[in-house]
Design a protein around this ligand. Structure first.
Ligand SMILES: [Fe+2]
Length: 387
């Protein structure tokens, strides 16, 4: 209800705060205006934002770059939604078992490499070098003399559903978006054909079509798995509530078993958590429905994925520089769009910073996660330095 959302926001942030819809019928997402996220949040403000995220799955704040907001602020903000995880791309030897894990040398960091593409013209935001920040960009290995490369979109997925404590929330801060639209058919890029086995060859043609209905201007595509679940017959919703899924990173791992249906502990909203058989193709072991074979699991989850990808649950989020966008990983699927992954024209630059979190929200900071919980769930262990 827009009126209730606006009242919640103005109570917490003052009369300048307001909401607007991201799609005309308001089925997913809200844009929150008149909020300066460079300022630390009060407990009431944090609580209001958590409630709006629970309610709408995606919330976005325009024009944050106008008040000096930077990636340090993004990481502080993320701490309200959960404990920030460290990102594997920031480590020189992630996954090594025979030596202590170490961060990449400054020269090898993604932010440093991005800064080299168009020297002095694009410089990453302060805080981009944090172990908790994933720099999403096509600037690495790019520059005026680089050979352009076109990359396809990712599989539909939720971020890191294959760990016992999955990611609950992800946050983007948008620095640059591509501006050209004249390539392809009036879009930034075309959707390149998939290599063999990107998706299982037995996937139904309709599912293949829905998977490939991707935005072509660098937008992030979402689908609302709470709305998709709610649209099923009540008897099927009930039956899905009993389904357990074994998830694991490698096929040889024992993995762990979790419910397919997630219940938001604050709002009570039920959603399908990562209803996708192979969320990362061959890089991560497929999900297995308890009591089903691999083929049965695939058929079962393919049917749910096709349901979730129907247009009435889909939303392509158009990014603008200065946006902070936050989404609920338990109640959405998303995918990275097809894009130019190496560029030689600065107008094609795409630069976003992502922080993702696990665990419980916190209305006051610093967080109070126990060292034991951090050691078990954040690999390598990490806490945002709070000064
Ligand atoms: Fe992702």
């Amino acid at each position: 209800m827009p009126g209730a959302d606006d009242a919640l926001l103005t109570d917490a942030f003052g009369p300048a705060a307001s909401t607007s819809m991201l799609v005309p019928d308001g089925r997913i997402g809200r844009r929150l205006h008149g909020i300066d996220l460079a300022q630390p949040l009060t407990p009431d403000q944090a609580s209001a934002l958590l409630r709006l995220l629970d309610e709408h799955r995606v919330i976005t704040f325009p024009h944050q770059n106008s008040s000096g907001f930077n990636v340090h602020d993004l990481e502080r903000l993320a701490n309200h939604f959960g404990a920030p995880i460290t990102h594997p791309s920031n480590y020189a030897n992630y996954g090594a078992t025979d030596e202590p894990i170490r961060l990449k040398a400054p020269d090898d960091q993604r932010a440093t490499k991005a800064n080299r593409a168009f020297p002095g013209q694009i410089v990453c935001s302060p805080g981009a070098e944090s172990a908790a920040v994933y720099v999403i960009t096509n600037l690495v290995d790019s520059g005026p003399d680089a050979e352009v490369n076109l990359a396809g979109g990712q599989h539909w997925h939720t971020d890191i559903e294959f760990e016992p404590a999955p990611l609950n929330t992800s946050l983007f801060f948008v620095d640059r978006v591509p501006t050209p639209r004249e390539r392809g058919n009036g879009t930034w890029v075309t959707n390149p054909p998939r290599e063999e086995w990107f998706y299982h060859p037995d996937s139904a043609p309709e599912l293949a079509r829905l998977r490939e209905a991707l935005p072509l201007n660098g937008e992030t595509a979402y689908t609302d798995t709470a709305a998709a679940l709610a649209a099923l017959p009540v008897s099927e919703q009930r039956a899905l509530g009993d389904v357990m899924i074994r998830r694991r990173f490698r096929k040889s791992d024992p993995g762990f078993v979790v419910p397919l249906v997630h219940t938001n502990p604050r709002s009570g909203t039920k959603s399908l958590h990562s209803p996708v058989w192979a969320s990362r193709g061959k890089r991560v072991a497929p999900a297995q429905v308890e009591g089903m074979s691999d083929d049965e699991s695939r058929a079962f989850l393919d049917r749910l994925e096709a349901h979730c990808l129907r247009p009435e649950f889909r939303y392509d989020h158009v990014h603008a520089p200065g946006d902070v966008t936050i989404w609920d990983n338990y109640a959405t699927l998303h995918t990275a769009p097809p894009s130019l992954s190496v560029i030689n024209d600065i107008a094609d630059a795409r630069l976003l910073y992502r922080v993702s979190t696990k665990g419980e929200p916190a209305t006051t900071l610093p967080r109070t996660d126990s060292q034991e919980w951090i050691d078990s769930n954040i690999v390598p262990p990490y806490q945002t330095p709070m000064t």
